[in-house]
Structures are given as C-alpha cells and as structure tokens.
Write a protein that binds this ligand. Structure first.
Ligand code: SF4
Length: 499
C-alpha cells in the first residue's frame, strides 16, 4: 500500500496507477478523451492518465465558455523535464481559451521544505522563465506568488474557517508535531486552487501529479461545503403554476406542525431550509421525508442522508417514487413536488450558485483535476530533483543533457542479437519515455515509429539513444535561447520576483 500512499510532501513515485482508480476514485482519462477538443499529445499518449470531474472543463473549452487552469510550482530546485509536463498542460489550456494561472508556492516551499527566501527567489525566477519560454502568454494569463498575493491570503483565511485540525489530520496525517505554518500552507493552497473563481464561478482544472490529489479532494470538499442550504433554497424557489401552488399550500395547511419531532432530526437540514425560504410551500415537509426514509429502509434500500439527498438525482427519484406510493389521495400534490425537484442536478447546482453569489458568497464549482504519470529517472527508479543524473534540468548545458541521455538505462536486451530477435522493452525504457513525453513533441507518428521499431527488434539502443540525445540537446539549446528572449516579458509581468 506504500506504493499508492498519496502524500504531497513525500515520495512522488506511484508505481501502481490502477490502484489510484480503485482506491481513490480517480477516473481514467481515456474515458473523457473524446470530449476534449484538439487533445494535447500528453493526453493522446496516455501520459495524462486520470482525472477528477474533467468533463465540465472539456465542455467549456468545446463551447468557448469560461474555464480556467491553474497549477503551482514549489521552487525547491531547478525546473526539470518532469515540470515541463505541467507547464505544457497550463499552456495548452490557455491556448484552448482558458484563463491560465501559474503560481509560485513560496509559502509552501518555506514551510514544508524549509527553503530560505533567497533560494526561493532564485528558483522562482527560473520556473517562470521556462513557463514563458514554453509559450505561456503573460498578457492573457496570471502569474503570482503566494506570499505577496493579498486577495489569496484573505481567501485562505476565510477557507481556514471551514476546515479543522481533525480533517487535516485524516487527510495529510498531521499530528501534534506539525507546525502551524505547514497547516497555513495547506489553506493557502486551497485558496490557490479556488482563486481562479474568486470573481466568478467557472470550471477550473488543476493539472498535477497524483501525489497532489489530497489537495484536490480537500479543495473540492471546501468548495461545496455550504452548498446544501443553497441548493435547497434554489429548489425551493423553483416556480410552480399558481393553481399548483394553491394545491401545495392547501396540503400544507393540513400538516400538523407537531410532526417535526426530535426523532426526525435526520431531516433537520431540510426543515431549516424550509424555514429559511420565503417560498416555503414548495419545500418537502420534514415528516413526509421521514416517512419516505422509513419506507426506503423497509424496502431494503440504502438510507439516504439528507445532506446528499438533493445532490443525487437517483436518490431523489427513488425517494419521490416511494413518496408517491406511500401517500394516497395527495398524489397530484406530490407529483408537483416531483416536477419541482426533477431539475437536472446540474441545473439545480447552477441555481444554487446564483443564490449563493446573490447572497455575497463565491458559488465555487468543485475544481477538476487531471493527473500525469511521473517520468522514470534516467538512471532507473524515480526521477528526483535531488539526483542530478536522474533528471535533465531545463537549465542543463545542452552537452550535459546529451551526455545524460547517452548514459541512461534502457529497456534493451543483453545483446544486439537478442534485441533483434525479441525486440526491446519500450514500455520499461526511460529513453522511450523521453520520446513519448517530450522529444516526439506533437508528432504521434514519430513516437509510434520509435515504439514499433523498438519492440519489433529493428531499433537498437545505441542508435536510439544517439538520436534521443541529439534531440535533447537541440531541445535544450532552443529552450534556453527562448528563456533569454523572454527575460523582458518576465520583467514586465505583474509579479513580484523578490520576497
Ligand atoms: Fe529504449 Fe530505444 Fe533501446 Fe527501445 S531501442 S529499449 S526505446 S533505448
């Protein structure tokens, strides 16, 4: 199980991606790929392998509606080719029309990794230069660092009021030794994730490695935390025809207020919503819900928690079917209820957001995420910032990049003869990964040819590495030239470079 422990500050090797689907509920990216307009090659090649709730983002991009992308970088060392995946993901979404945000997680680097502010300043600059050199448009997008973003700090403070220690303990394993700054960096990160929606709720995607999933889950939860009442109210303000309203009002008159007894506390949320809403006649009475719950339980169905009742279309349908069966004589009235509640969940949530925004709230949509595979280190094992030979820094001298590729381990066989006979193991080869993740760029045919030639035994590792090393050298030369060219852009960008 250690393999799949998701710890944002621990080891970043996740060797069994299948478990992420099963244990953590991350969905397969393949299932949503067809809905994505012009998918990026990292999506097409399965490097981006998973997602949470990416559909609304894909839809917004397709329809030309508002969407946002945000990811952050902890400036603990040089940006390397693993970080390039995230840069590419942000830039691609920006090119598809999303509002793009790149942030420097300096508070996190300081509190969780103990970096000094000087080190952070230096690395922050390097990350941003590479992001710009790869194509991020600073005029259209937003760059910021956590420590100097006042709005972000205010939002973090507000979100902190909705989270408590037990929760951080269960999500991150925090204990009595965890320092307060580390906890603060968590709420700051929650604020980062929701920041693109500060002005207006919109589908937002956070491209990350799977080790960052705990942050995404907590942010999704915080975004929805107070939504229940809002959804209830939105449902309750759903309009009925006047005569239907009379029928409902008539029915309510017959209700005995004493029916709201302590045993029906399960329905307390509903009761509160009823009390709070001016159109109370349209909400379902608590005792009725209670009898539905009992009925459902008698019928051996899963009891439905009031908190989730209005979010789950299926549960709502079941509840109301049972409700109709349960009560004779008032069928028509209840059918009106059913109609009233049969809004699509999406439409109801949209209404709920409007209500929340009208009342001065944010109406956040739960943020979506996409997950990319980690690159294998060039020396085998995981790619690590602290092991220079395992990765290629975007700042490496191009000749050094060339040498590192030449020295990389491969998925090749013992002898050339065996390789010709059995083919190489491209799936286990860090050099093949370099082609697929970076060197073949947008050229799928080239990537496929390398793969086919390798597993077919036509490609031998010596030549293959020579070609990869040469391409890497060219990539680094070009990237570093671009970095020089965009220096000015960085100076002009609205971000404080020094803490
Ligand atoms: Fe890797 Fe290339 Fe050798 Fe195949 S031929 S195992 S892709 S280095």
């Amino acid at each position: 199980a250690d393999d799949v422990a998701l710890d944002p500050w621990g080891s970043s090797a996740v060797s069994d991606y299948r478990k992420l689907f099963e244990e953590f509920g991350i969905e397969k990216f393949d299932d949503v790929l067809e809905e994505v307009p012009n998918p990026h090659y990292l999506m097409r090649r399965g490097v981006i392998f998973g997602h949470r709730d990416y559909r609304p983002v894909a839809e917004a991009l397709r329809e030309g509606e508002d969407a946002a992308v945000l990811s952050g970088f902890m400036p603990t060392g040089d940006p390397h080719i693993g970080h390039k995946l995230v840069f590419d993901e942000i830039i691609w979404h920006q090119q598809q029309g999303a509002d793009a945000y790149g942030l420097i997680a300096d508070l996190e680097a300081n509190s969780a990794r103990g970096m000094s502010w000087d080190e952070i300043d230096e690395h922050a600059r390097d990350y941003l230069l590479s992001l710009l050199a790869l194509g991020f448009d600073p005029d259209e997008g937003t760059l910021y660092r956590q420590s100097t973003n006042r709005e972000l700090q205010d939002l973090a403070f507000e979100l902190g009021a909705d989270a408590n220690f037990s929760e951080l303990e269960s999500i991150y394993g925090f204990d009595g030794e965890t320092d307060v700054s580390h906890m603060q960096s968590v709420v700051t990160q929650m604020a980062d994730i929701l920041y693109p929606q500060l002005e207006e709720p919109k589908p937002t995607v956070i491209p990350v490695g799977p080790d960052q999933d705990p942050h995404v889950r907590l942010a999704r939860d915080l975004a929805e935390r107070t939504r229940f009442f809002k959804v209830s109210k939105a449902y309750a303000s759903f309009e009925l025809e006047p005569e239907e309203r009379d029928l409902v009002a008539d029915f309510h008159e017959k209700l005995d207020p004493e029916a709201f007894d302590d045993d029906q506390l399960r329905c307390v949320h509903v009761a509160e919503a009823i009390e709070e809403t001016p159109l109370e006649e349209l909400a379902v009475p608590a005792d009725t819900l209670s009898s539905v719950l009992t009925k459902l339980e008698e019928a051996g169905m899963e009891p439905v928690r009031p908190r989730t009742r209005f979010f789950d279309r299926r549960a709502t349908d079941e509840a109301f079917d049972a409700l109709i069966d349960a009560i004779d004589g008032e069928k028509r009235v209840y059918e009106n209820h059913v109609d009233a509640f049969e809004l699509e969940v999406g439409a109801a949530e949209e209404l709920a957001r409007e209500v929340e925004v009208e009342n001065g709230g944010y109406g956040f949509r739960p943020p979506s995420s996409i997950y990319h595979r980690f690159m294998t280190g060039l020396t085998g094992g995981k790619m690590s910032s602290s092991v220079p030979a395992s990765h290629i820094s975007l700042l490496d001298d191009p000749e050094d990049g060339y040498d590192k590729v030449k020295a990389a381990t491969t998925g090749g066989r013992e002898t050339a003869e065996e390789q010709r006979e059995k083919g190489g193991k491209a799936d286990e080869c860090p050099v093949y990964e370099l082609y697929a993740y970076l060197l073949a760029s947008d050229d799928d045919e080239f990537a496929k040819r390398v793969y086919d030639e390798c597993v077919g035994g036509e490609r031998l590792c010596g030549d293959c590495k020579e070609q990869a090393a040469q391409l890497m050298k060219e990539f680094l030369e070009e990237h570093q030239e671009k970095r020089d060219e965009v220096e000015g852009l960085l100076e002009d960008a609205d971000i404080e470079l020094e803490s």
